[in-house]
Ligand binder design. Structure first.
Ligand SMILES: CCCCC/C=C\C/C=C\C/C=C/C(=O)SCCNC(=O)CCNC(=O)[C@H](O)C(C)(C)COP(=O)(O)OP(=O)(O)OC[C@H]1O[C@@H](n2cnc3c(N)ncnc32)[C@H](O)[C@@H]1OP(=O)(O)O
Length: 241
């Protein structure tokens, strides 16, 4: 991913990601992809706050549809998808990594990962929650979501948000080794098993997709939510000054 400075998942970047995924899926010489970051120290800052702040309802609806699409397409991809997480990964960045089949995280205490939405005064939608529950179990997910926990590497491994923590200079090579193991499995059996595991979760969003967009637009348009997102963005900008 190369969307400096922080790989935030803007509408444009999500569209590029989806086009890239489609191209790779349509090229039958590809069997797997490794998602990693070109932004030093940052895997992805998550959803782009500027797409959710100070825009009109039509824009929010279009943006949310693209976020849903990213989740659905990565979560259900027939390719083996591995995240080589070489930086901090809050909220939507964590969600993107949770769509992958395997997560390798660099062992750097700054590289925290988690669904921290409550800390921003927003609520992780049900399909964010379902993805986390499927990964770490109900009790750990409940605690992590309510407290908006961002896990440092050792904790992330302990709770199961990531599958492996390795020295920073070994993230890419480890992801490639893991890829080789996953690609050794007969493709059709692996793909069908992935679908079996994930389709019920994806189906829930597919059947409630429009209602989910409406919920998001209603929620994000609230004055109180706009105020807190605006204040959060300002705080990020003032950090430098
Ligand atoms: C009940 C009904 C429910 C319906 C559903 C409703 C709502 C749910 C909606 C959404 C779920 C939300 C998911 C999300 O992903 S929200 C985003 C969460 N992300 C974060 O909180 C991370 C914020 N960023 C940071 O913490 C830091 O930037 C960083 C990633 C740790 C990097 O730090 P660093 O010091 O290296 O950089 P800066 O902080 O100086 O940032 C540089 C530059 O980037 C801008 N920026 C940072 N993050 C974002 C972002 N997520 N979106 C847009 N822009 C971002 C930052 O403002 C700086 O900008 P500048 O102009 O000053 O250069």
């Amino acid at each position: 991913m190369r969307n400096p400075p922080v790989n935030s998942l803007s509408l444009e970047f999500l569209t590029e990601l989806l086009i890239s995924l489609e191209k790779l899926e349509n090229d039958k010489t590809f069997h797997g992809i490794i998602i990693t970051s070109d932004c030093p120290g940052i895997f992805s800052a998550g959803l782009d706050l500027t797409e959710m702040c100070g825009r009109d309802p039509e824009h929010y609806a279009e943006y949310w549809k693209a976020v849903q699409e990213m989740w659905l397409r990565f979560y259900l991809s027939n390719l083996v998808v591995i995240a080589a997480i070489n930086g901090v990964s809050p909220a939507g960045g964590c969600l993107l990594s949770l769509t992958c089949d395997y997560r390798v995280l660099a062992n750097n205490p700054k590289y925290a990962i988690g669904l921290n939405e409550t800390l921003l005064g927003i609520v992780a939608p049900f399909w964010f929650k379902d993805t986390l529950v499927n990964t770490i179990g109900h009790r750990s997910a409940e605690r992590a979501l309510q407290l908006g926990l961002l896990f440092p590497p050792a904790e992330a491994l302990r709770v199961g948000v990531v599958d492996q923590v390795v020295p920073e200079d070994q993230v890419q090579s480890t992801a490639r080794l893991v890829m080789a193991q996953w690609l050794d499995i007969p493709d059709h059996a692996r793909q069908l098993t992935k679908t079996l595991m994930r389709k019920p979760t994806a189906d829930r969003l597919l059947t409630e997709r429009d209602a989910d967009i409406q919920n998001f637009v209603r929620f994000i348009c609230k004055d109180s939510i706009q105020k807190s997102l605006h204040a959060y963005l300002e705080k990020l900008k003032q950090k430098k000054g």
